[in-house]
Design a binder for this molecule. Structure first.
Ligand SMILES: NC(=O)c1ccc[n+]([C@@H]2O[C@H](COP(=O)([O-])OP(=O)(O)OC[C@H]3O[C@@H](n4cnc5c(N)ncnc54)[C@H](O)[C@@H]3O)[C@@H](O)[C@H]2O)c1
Length: 338
């Protein structure tokens, strides 16, 4: 019988792109998602790209009994765990919601996996686990010290998973620390679907481009960076998706916990990003420079040598390509999947 990979949060932004990559590589996929921050309309889009409709189960991961039944029904051999809440600002306002959802989901998933003797897991962590006191680039050994409840939830989950693998040597766990995912599938059929006003820079700029928002606010142009604006490591979501396949293949041959940064290793400033978007869309983005935002770190980018050496994975897409693909998605789907 063919084995399945369970993808939690598989109707979300990064999950849906990874489902496409998995299916194109010949994996059978079961998606579980409660649709809190996604739409089931993504499923027919995935079918349009891959020719196959993935199995989808609408459920909250915290319902352990339901999740255990999924493992009983499908011969699942590995899990990619994307499900979680990700808005930093909301996590500051409502930390309990974030700890309950992100940590509660992971504990429930671990318990369901244990009772089904499935022990290969890739977890979506984040560069937000790193302490801002460190100078970039951030390698995997850099001091961790998240500054908000969202980042803390990732930090705690990394620790829980590390302890699980220490207690039972059958577990093979990959912790993937993403930097700043942007872009969309080159078909423009799937992409990021922010609800309300976007929290992230590129979705925000795109909504300015389609005139849903009036202008872009740039928080500070007096940082100690070449053009004064903050620098981040933007990585194409399709490159990230490939990184998950590479991690899964690596974990087939080892046990224990393994951690990798997924970024390009190159920082781009807010002003460089705006310029790349303007080139992609062919018109200027109305903008206003305002004061610095509390908590913003001037420069963040990844050291990607470990992923390159161990996973033979490197991000391939340029900033221009990321912006073109993101715009292609936004232009075709100004209201997301609605
Ligand atoms: N997008 C980023 O900038 C970024 C950066 C670093 C890490 N991450 C992490 O990567 C993962 C995926 O991010 P994304 O951008 O695709 O987010 P997303 O919101 O698009 O996808 C997450 C999915 O999880 C689902 N979900 C949430 N709680 C659930 C629960 N209890 N049960 C079942 N489903 C649940 C949501 O409905 C959504 O479809 C998240 O864990 C996020 O924290 C994202």
């Amino acid at each position: 019988m063919e084995k399945f990979t369970l993808v939690t949060g598989g109707t979300g932004y990064i999950g849906s792109h990874t489902v496409v990559a998995l299916m194109e590589a010949g994996y059978q996929v079961v998606i579980v998602d409660n649709l809190e921050n996604s739409s089931d309309k993504v499923l027919s889009r995935i079918e349009s790209i891959t020719g196959t409709l993935p199995v989808f189960i609408r459920a909250d991961l915290r319902e352990t009994t339901t999740i255990t039944k999924i493992f009983e029904e499908y011969p699942i051999s590995s899990v990619l765990h994307f499900a979680g809440l990700k808005a930093v600002g909301e996590s500051v306002e409502n930390p309990a919601k974030y700890y309950d959802n992100n940590i509660g989901s992971t504990l429930s998933l671990i318990n369901a996996m244990k009772s089904s003797i499935v022990s290969t897991l890739v977890f979506s962590s984040s560069a937000t686990v790193y302490s801002p006191s460190k100078e970039p680039p951030f390698d995997e050994e850099a001091t961790r010290g998240p500054t908000n409840p969202y980042g803390m939830s990732k930090y705690f989950i990394e620790q829980i998973l590390t302890d699980v693998a220490l207690a039972d040597e059958n577990w093979s766990i990959g912790l993937l620390r993403y930097f700043n995912p942007i872009g969309a599938h080159p078909t423009g059929l799937i992409g990021e679907m922010p609800t309300g006003i976007p929290n992230n820079l590129v979705p925000y700029i795109m909504q300015v481009a389609v005139e849903k928002l009036e202008k872009l606010y740039i928080f500070g142009d007096d940082y100690e960076t070449p053009d004064g604006s903050c620098i981040r490591d933007y990585v194409h979501v399709v490159d990230l998706a490939r990184g998950h396949l590479a991690a899964l293949r690596f974990l087939e041959g080892v046990n224990g916990t393994h951690v990798w940064n997924l970024g390009t290793g190159k920082g781009s400033s807010v002003l460089e990003l705006v310029k790349a978007v303007e080139e992609a869309i062919g018109k200027p983005i109305p903008r206003e420079v305002v004061g610095r935002r509390e908590g913003d770190i001037p420069v963040v980018f990844a050291d990607v040598e470990k992923a390159s050496n161990e996973l033979t994975w490197r991000a391939e897409n340029t900033l221009t390509r990321m912006c073109l693909d993101h715009w292609n998605w936004q232009r075709q789907n100004p209201d997301g999947y609605q």
